[in-house]
Ligand binder design. Structure first.
Ligand SMILES: [Zn+2]
Length: 404
């Protein structure tokens, strides 16, 4: 990948020439750290300079990051990277089989938002894979009322349900407290965003469904996965080796928390080496009891996301809000604050007041349509919106905030 970067990626071509780095001298994981740390702001400043000009990158497909650490960024993946990720995904099969899921042919239900990265990945798989995908898959929008999501699960009878941690937790709580009938899947898997211990307990003990997490990011897709021992998240180190950086950029000791730094060794769309992902974790100091030797992440500080609870019993994940706002390219950044049950403030960053005046009524109108007839959304103009603790940006601040 370093040789590829030196030859085809403008940013690295310039860097290696300027710094006198010989790409052939970078051969191991430890060698990678001789490259400077790359920050999101560096990539955002000139995203095209990280795109490979190689023929294999010609068919690369853009995917938008969620913007949880600031403004979203387009990351390109070439078809081979998308297909390779399917193979890396097979590493969870032993875990699924342990819970009675057929590792080859199974039924999977995803709760997400329409137009999500996941759907774009599926489309790319359908386009580029030679054989049809074996799992039968069903997609449900997290914008749907809880009863329709429940009906979809009960009718489709999935083996595995995938979704956002915060959403699944609220969903499980609603099912449990309202005594709704749920035909339980064999396993629930959530993305590495915070699910509280209480939520986990509710799903595992009260609903009797085993729950696991995985860790993915648009920059690389699969990053780490749960094994059947469930001690932490094993890193796909042959896809994307990870090290942990201290604030000063030095490598942290094992067991020490710091920023997750990734290098994607597979993707020849947007090439990212020694890239700070913006997440905080530690590499486990002890080996996992499952016997796998891949390094394991612990203490992953998932993206803390607030879920909006509405008086009619619905709850809206921040991605539902994102889905509405992202349709307007004039919005550079936004933050939705729930001041009262049905009273909201939408803080918008746009290029100027004129753009704000044009886009604000459209977005607030759409949001009020989702929140309900009694709701009110006020838009306010901002030059910029500050990042929260740890450089994280909360796109939604709910009345009952999950974050501190
Ligand atoms: Zn393990």
């Amino acid at each position: 990948m370093v040789r590829h970067a030196a030859r085809y990626v403008p940013h690295y071509r310039t860097l290696f020439r300027r710094e006198g780095i010989d790409p052939a001298g970078i051969r191991t994981f430890d060698d990678l750290r001789r490259l400077p740390l790359l920050r999101k702001t560096d990539v955002r400043a000139n995203p095209d300079s990280f795109r490979s000009e190689a023929p294999v990158a010609r068919h690369a497909i853009p995917f938008l990051t969620s913007g949880s650490s600031g403004a979203p960024l387009n990351v390109y993946h070439d078809p081979a990277s998308l297909l390779a990720n399917m193979a890396f995904g097979r590493r969870v099969v032993p875990l699924l089989e342990r819970h009675g899921v057929n590792g080859t042919a199974n039924r999977q239900l995803y709760i997400g938002y329409p137009g999500s990265t996941l759907q774009n990945v599926w489309r790319a798989h359908d386009e580029w894979a030679i054989a049809p995908m074996r799992p039968e898959r069903c997609f449900v929008s997290l914008l749907d009322p809880i009863q329709s999501v429940l009906d979809a699960i009960n009718n489709f009878r999935p083996d595995v349900v995938y979704g956002y941690g915060a959403y699944l937790e609220h969903f499980a709580r609603a099912v449990h407290s309202r005594g709704l009938l749920l035909r339980s899947p064999k396993v629930i898997v959530y993305g590495a965003e915070v699910m509280t211990e209480e939520g986990r307990r509710l799903i595992q003990q009260d609903l009797g469904i085993p729950v696991y997490s995985d860790y993915a990011a648009v920059e690389v897709f699969k990053l780490a996965f749960s094994c059947e021992a469930n001690n932490g998240l094993h890193v796909h180190e042959d896809l994307c080796p990870i090290w942990i950086a201290r604030v000063d950029g030095q490598r942290a000791d094992t067991g020490e928390r710091g920023e997750v730094v990734i290098s994607n060794l597979v993707n020849r769309g947007t090439v990212l080496l020694n890239y700070c992902l913006g997440d905080v974790a530690a590499v486990a100091a002890t080996a996992c009891s499952c016997g796998r030797t891949m390094p394991m992440l612990t203490d992953l500080e998932g993206r803390v996301e607030d879920t909006i609870l509405l008086p009619d019993g619905r709850f809206l994940h921040p991605r539902a809000v994102w889905m509405i706002v992202r349709r307007r390219p004039a919005v550079i950044r936004y933050q939705l604050v729930q001041h009262a049950a049905l009273r909201f403030e939408l803080r918008l960053v746009t290029s100027d007041l004129e753009a704000f005046a044009r886009v604000a009524p459209e977005v607030t109108g759409d949001l009020e349509g989702v929140f309900g007839a009694e709701s009110h959304v006020d838009a306010t103009f901002h030059d910029d919106l500050p990042l929260g603790p740890g450089g994280k940006f909360r796109m939604v601040i709910a009345l009952q905030s999950g974050a501190q």
